[in-house]
Design a protein around this ligand. Structure first.
Ligand SMILES: [Zn+2]
Length: 253
């Protein structure tokens, strides 16, 4: 697939640590897919409940605020569903427990594409260290996607719920160092900015308008794109195999 080809999956599931992670990383792409008719699912490992630093704030109150904000943001982007796993914010680890929960979501929704973060990112410029929850969510998402979700004799207990093994076709890893695919988000940059603004508790005095345009413009340099998002893409099931195996899913949409 060349950099200019635009691939539209039938469905995609984004798996992240916190409310606002999708908006910062990949919502421009997800919104393009949603506009083209794709079913889009968001899976939030935590509800970001330690992420509001205000006097009198509790984790319970923050959970409510941040989940509401995430639902508004998802609505702006055209996502079909938002799942909150409510694992503990600030203490997320890529455990078998988390892998198992993510396998269940993948087998239930049967996404054609899984979108997640890059677990290898630690350093980002001179003023930020990638949050440990981001790395944990990214490892857990990758490990759930391959090979676990597609192995019928692993976590076979989900069969009783009707959630059989499922092999996603591709993984899109939102990246800023190892990208091999750039998605043009000129038509959804406004959605990206609006969806970020929905996270009122996180924005405070910061207006995403300027920075989001700058970052997206940097990624578009040399790609003939005004604004872009960057991914490393792994194709787990080749195209012919996918069509044969998944006629049923495509036909039911
Ligand atoms: Zn985050």
């Amino acid at each position: 697939m060349g950099n200019n080809a635009f691939y539209i999956p039938h469905s995609a599931m984004a798996i992240v640590a916190h409310p606002d992670d999708i908006e910062f990383s990949c919502v421009g792409t997800l919104a393009r897919w949603a506009r083209a008719g794709a079913r889009i699912s968001y899976v939030l490992c935590t509800s970001g409940e330690v992420g509001i630093d205000e006097p009198g704030m509790t984790r319970a109150k923050a959970t409510e605020i941040r989940e509401d904000e995430q639902l508004s943001a998802a609505n702006i982007a055209g996502a079909s569903e938002v799942i909150f796993l409510r694992e503990p914010d600030g203490m997320l680890e890529p455990t078998l427990h988390l892998r198992r929960r993510l396998v269940r979501e993948i087998r239930r929704f049967k996404p054609e594409v899984v979108v997640c973060g890059d677990p290898t990112i630690v350093w980002a410029g001179n003023d930020y260290i990638n949050h440990p929850d981001h790395r944990a969510a990214a490892y857990a998402a990758l490990d759930a996607t391959f090979p676990a979700a597609g192995q019928p004799n692993l976590f076979e207990e989900f069969e009783s719920e009707g959630f059989n093994a499922h092999k996603p076709r591709k993984v899109y890893v939102a990246s800023w160092g190892n990208a091999d695919l750039y998605v043009n988000i000129e038509e959804t940059i406004e959605i990206k900015i609006s969806a970020l603004r929905a996270h009122i508790s996180q924005m405070k005095d910061w207006d995403p308008e300027v920075s989001i345009r700058e970052w997206a413009a940097e990624r578009g340099v040399g790609k003939e794109m005004q604004y872009a998002e960057a991914y490393r893409v792994v194709t787990l099931v080749n195209d012919e195999t996918w069509t044969t195996l998944h006629d049923d899913i495509i036909a039911n949409e």
